[in-house]
Ligand binder design. Structure first.
Ligand code: AHR
Length: 493
């Protein structure tokens, strides 16, 4: 029996809704086919956007959407993607499969998508192969009200009013695909480019600098030392690979056993150590915690679905991905004093996606369901949960079996999201709720008898949330019986 204690009277800051951000790159079938099919497509669409995908994503309450990359961002020239579609320049998408990019989905199409999803845009600018002038003009094009060359061009292209642009990234992975820079060099480049990312009129831009790859603490040190005063956020990228090895096979998305299940859980928990260590460096230069740690790429990354283009990063999504999502979101909540935004990679048809499409069919993945179950935490107040987790042992290794977070929303409703990482053992929890007399507990669970379970176009509801009956209130205590390999969200009121 796990003894747990939650003090509902003391809160620890707000869980930013931006932790539930998404990422859409010009990569494989994410934008084209997955989101944008064009108004003439036989696939039912709204102004060219797939209606089924729009509806599914609207139901997720996505707070922020990152675009156009990724590695694509540092090759993207925004002026190629405005004006009449028939006249837009074509290019080769060098990073992702070498396919033709016709630029039919550009600035106007992205910002309209954000309006349809009621989400806020986060645009990544081109540092690697772009110019300061190009970046400056893009921001002017989108946000300047009144008269200017770029505002006039926007109006000629059919958009009178400027858009609001709350988030802008100055490059992406500039330590790698975005220019192979050293942090000492990029820190100066960031200072230079970001100077021209201007606030026009009432628009206020939260500027995000390219941060470290995984455990590159030197990068964080240099960026914070040299440029913290000019940034609002510093990004961090970390992907969960079952093998932990970028050089060989990353592991199959669906064909795995207990060894790979355990290593995936272990590797995804590593996110916590990364946040703690990067935050410690940030604390040194920014003790008030003004600069946000922005985890704008995360999620599971496996070998591509057999038979698909290796440059398209299309992979299936199983119960294991549900655990990855649940665990990472809990970690982000628990460190939300420093972690201000996160964007899972990616929203449709790429890596750990929310939805997968095939022709005119669409399915919701287990990851989608976790995001849907967890959205009750958006902008709620974090509660501290103290407990000693039993250990999940596998061979000579062990990790905590239980991972969780809790919050209280504006109506006083408490939510607990709990993951049982163990592939075979259930867990019993007895939780003392200090400071609240809850009268009712209801819950939802995502679980399955098979560790490899996933949704297919033939069986799209194989993994789906159902009502959870394993929680009860007994004399002011919450008693929970968690099945193995499960994600549960409880509501107490
Ligand atoms: O999300 C896929 C790719 O992963 C992105 O383009 C890049 O930033 C990262 O390496």
């Amino acid at each position: 029996m796990i003894k747990m204690h939650i003090n509902t009277q003391q809160t620890h800051g707000t869980i930013s809704r931006y932790l539930y951000g998404q990422f859409a790159e010009h990569l494989g079938r994410c934008i084209y086919e997955g989101i944008w099919v064009g108004a003439d497509s036989p696939i039912p669409n709204t102004e060219g956007y797939r209606s089924d995908v729009l509806k599914a994503l609207q139901n997720l309450n996505i707070p922020v959407l990152r675009w156009p990359g990724g590695c694509f961002a540092d090759e993207y020239h925004w002026m190629d993607g405005i004006g009449p579609k028939s006249k837009r320049a074509r290019m080769i998408n060098n990073h992702w499969g070498g396919v033709e990019e016709n630029n039919h989905f550009g600035t106007h199409e992205f910002l309209r998508l954000c309006e349809l999803l009621q989400t806020e845009p986060y645009i990544s600018g081109n540092v690697g192969s772009g110019t300061v002038r190009e970046m400056q003009q893009w921001v002017e094009y989108m946000t300047l009200d009144g008269e200017s060359p770029m505002a006039s061009l926007r109006k000629e292209n059919g958009r009178e009013e400027p858009w609001k642009l709350p988030f802008f990234g100055v490059g992406n992975e500039n330590w790698g695909c975005g220019g192979n820079m050293r942090p000492e060099y990029y820190a100066d480049v960031y200072r230079h480019f970001s100077t021209y990312v201007r606030n026009y009129g009432g628009n206020r831009i939260y500027k995000i600098a390219c941060g470290p790859n995984t455990a590159d603490y030197h990068w964080t040190e240099v960026l914070m030392r040299e440029a913290a005063g000019l940034m609002d956020g510093l990004s961090l990228h970390y992907y969960t690979l079952p093998t932990g090895d970028w050089s060989g096979s990353k592991g199959s998305a669906t064909e795995y056993g207990v060894d790979e299940w355990f290593s995936t859980m272990k590797n995804t928990l590593y996110m916590e150590e990364l946040i703690v260590k990067h935050s410690k460096i940030m604390d040194k230069y920014d003790p008030e915690g003004r600069v946000g740690l922005i985890i704008d790429e995360w999620g599971g990354w496996y070998d591509v679905e057999p038979g698909t283009n290796p440059g398209f990063l299309y992979q299936q999504n199983t119960l294991r991905d549900a655990l990855i999502a649940g665990i990472n979101l809990n970690i982000f909540h628990n460190y939300s004093q420093r972690v201000k935004m996160a964007n899972i990679a990616q929203v449709v048809n790429v890596l750990q996606a929310m939805v997968l499409t095939e022709g005119d069919r669409m399915l919701l993945t287990p990851t989608y369901h976790v995001f849907h179950m967890y959205k009750v935490h958006q902008d709620a107040e974090l509660l501290n949960v103290s407990f000693d987790s039993p250990m999940y042992k596998h061979g000579a290794e062990m990790i905590p079996q239980i991972n969780m977070s809790a919050s209280v929303d504006a109506n006083g409703v408490i939510h607990l999201s709990i993951c049982n990482l163990h592939h075979a053992e259930s867990a019993s929890i007895r939780c003392l709720l200090e400071g609240v007399e809850a009268k009712q507990v209801i819950g939802t669970i995502l679980a399955h008898s098979s560790l490899n379970a996933h949704n297919t176009f033939q069986q799209p509801n194989e993994v789906a949330p159902v009502t959870f009956t394993g929680a009860q209130l007994e004399e002011g205590e919450l008693i929970v019986e968690l099945p193995p390999a499960s994600v549960v969200v409880l509501e107490l009121k």
